[in-house]
Design a binder for this molecule. Structure first.
Ligand SMILES: NC(=O)c1ccc[n+]([C@@H]2O[C@H](COP(=O)([O-])OP(=O)(O)OC[C@H]3O[C@@H](n4cnc5c(N)ncnc54)[C@H](OP(=O)(O)O)[C@@H]3O)[C@@H](O)[C@H]2O)c1
Length: 226
């Protein structure tokens, strides 16, 4: 709660006229309809113009070497949450005039298959990619949907490695690109330096030497050091 209150305070400092409402929810272990209805019920009387499904956790390791609870927690947060929040909020968002929007935060890595050591995280983001692309086709006449697929950003998710990585961008620059493209692009990585990685990732996913290199640098570490 203190983290949410700090964000609330930050928003008030930026704009004292802003109104905020905190709804605290832990998506782990709560893959049930009642939990998501309860979130919606707490905000349903507000004029909601945008839903950002941003929550995500990273989990690395081979499936049999990971604590099974961490597996279900990751799927709850990265997969179930995106689907259930969308299903709860969509009817209200579809009715709104002027247009409303949904941003589903995925990752470039959702396009990279056979990524040893990161299969759970990649698959969870691939779910968001496929779910959002199909869903966009279903509702794009009435609402703006954005599939947000950043590369590495300097946040808690990747920790120190994102600070030293040349391709690691500030969260602000990634979010800026997302807002810039909202309503214009169905999919964005937010920044050109992440955007250009996408065709290479898709291509490299098909090349075995690339797997050998990534397995060596990342796979060994993630597979056996959990
Ligand atoms: N950082 C990157 O390099 C990168 C790259 C591509 C995509 N992404 C994606 O970007 C999104 C945001 O991640 P981030 O980089 O900003 O990492 P982050 O700083 O670790 O933020 C993760 C967010 O998810 C929330 N969250 C985590 N577990 C939760 C749970 N059980 N219930 C409810 N909320 C939970 C966190 O809330 P609390 O702070 O309250 O815990 C936080 O708001 C994620 O979907 C991530 O997969 C990140």
């Amino acid at each position: 709660m203190s983290k949410l209150q700090a964000v609330q305070q930050e928003l008030k400092t930026i704009n004292p006229k802003i109104s905020t409402k905190i709804v605290q929810a832990d998506f782990t272990g709560n893959a049930n309809v009642q939990f998501y209805q309860n979130i919606y019920d707490q905000v349903k009387d507000l004029d909601i113009s945008i839903l950002v499904n941003n929550a995500g956790v990273m989990l690395n390791g081979r499936v049999d070497l990971i604590n099974p609870k961490a597996l279900t927690d990751t799927i709850d947060v990265n997969v179930v949450q995106v689907c259930m929040m969308t299903s709860q909020f969509l009817p209200k968002l579809l009715q709104r005039q002027p247009r409303s929007a949904i941003i589903n935060v995925s990752s470039l890595i959702g396009y990279q298959d056979a990524n040893a050591g990161s299969g759970i995280y990649c698959a969870s983001k691939a779910y968001v990619n496929f779910f959002t692309s199909a869903f966009t086709e279903e509702v794009k006449e009435k609402i703006d949907i954005q599939l947000m697929t950043p590369g590495m950003a300097q946040t808690n998710l990747c920790g120190e490695i994102s600070q030293s990585n040349l391709l690691g961008l500030s969260a602000v620059s990634v979010v800026y690109g997302s807002i810039r493209d909202l309503g214009y692009e169905a999919q964005t990585s937010g920044h050109w330096s992440h955007e250009v990685q996408l065709p290479f990732l898709k291509l490299l996913s098909q090349i075995s030497i690339f797997h050998a290199v990534t397995d060596y640098w990342f796979g060994r570490k993630y597979l056996y050091n959990n």
